[in-house]
Design a protein around this ligand. Sequence first.
Ligand SMILES: Cc1cc2nc3c(=O)[nH]c(=O)nc-3n(C[C@H](O)[C@H](O)[C@H](O)COP(=O)(O)O)c2cc1C
Length: 293
Amino acid sequence: MNEIKTFDPNSLDKRKFYQLLTGSITPRPIALVSSCDINGNANLSPFSFFNVFSINPPILVFSPVSRVRSNTNRDTLSNVKQLDEVVINLVSRDSVHQVSLASADYDSEVNEFDKSGLTPVDSAIVVPYRVEEAYVSFECKVTSILPLGDKAGAGTLVICEVLLAHARTKIFNEDGSIDPLKLDIVARLGGNNYTITNKEGVYEIEKPISELGMGVDLMPEEVKNSKVLSGNDLGRLGTLTKIPSEAEITEFRLERTEFLNLSETELHNLATVKLEDNKIEEAWEILLYNYYN
Ligand SMILES: Cc1cc2nc3c(=O)[nH]c(=O)nc-3n(C[C@H](O)[C@H](O)[C@H](O)COP(=O)(O)O)c2cc1C
């Protein structure tokens, strides 16, 4: 139970450690990066070492890793050193196989738009094309290129400031927010595995920041050390600012006499059902049913 295995990057085979990193740091978003060299030769490659790192200024970062076998640079990296502009396109389910095809190690003069069949569209500000099939594209200026090492497999951070964003209108809700199901994004897992965003996979966790939650440390011992409640249950319970008062519980006991003869375990089990339903106050009232007696 909860047995731990420990790995040292200096002694583990590099490939194995790569599998550990990319198999555990998941799911990773995929940037489909469009770049071009100084002669205008277009290149298109996916990068899952990618994320957003700043809102103002809006900064996206991706990392081409030097080829492990030959310790040579990806064409994308050579390109951004020649022309400091890219378009970062986001990959939805209906084009992911073409994106995978674009990742093949074609010669630098080969245009992956042609190979993948994805459609190049003129950008508004930058020279590289954007991808017509992408639901969201960011025209970017490369503001800095930061090598992280010189050995085979070393990454280079390509830091990109977003100059202009394009998004299909169909991905938005009426309130202007992006609907994750309409975006239909694909993300990378370990090995050859990918994941999609579907109805079962999307759920809400209210941010505990509008009011400062009490936290697990301030809960009564019998709740904190419950044999029934899980860590997630405690996390939900901890979002309330304080536990219900004695007066509130007294009132609850008068209304809800059906709990009178239940054991602590039974009460805790009932509370977990309420928590699943996001009825946090009621869960507390059940948990504290006999607390003030
Ligand atoms: C979904 C996906 C994500 C990838 N992410 C990365 C990455 O983050 N860094 C990297 O160096 N290569 C990554 N690759 C591999 C590159 O896309 C591949 O090596 C490509 O040939 C590089 O193209 P270039 O040499 O034209 O730049 C990824 C491949 C796929 C299919």
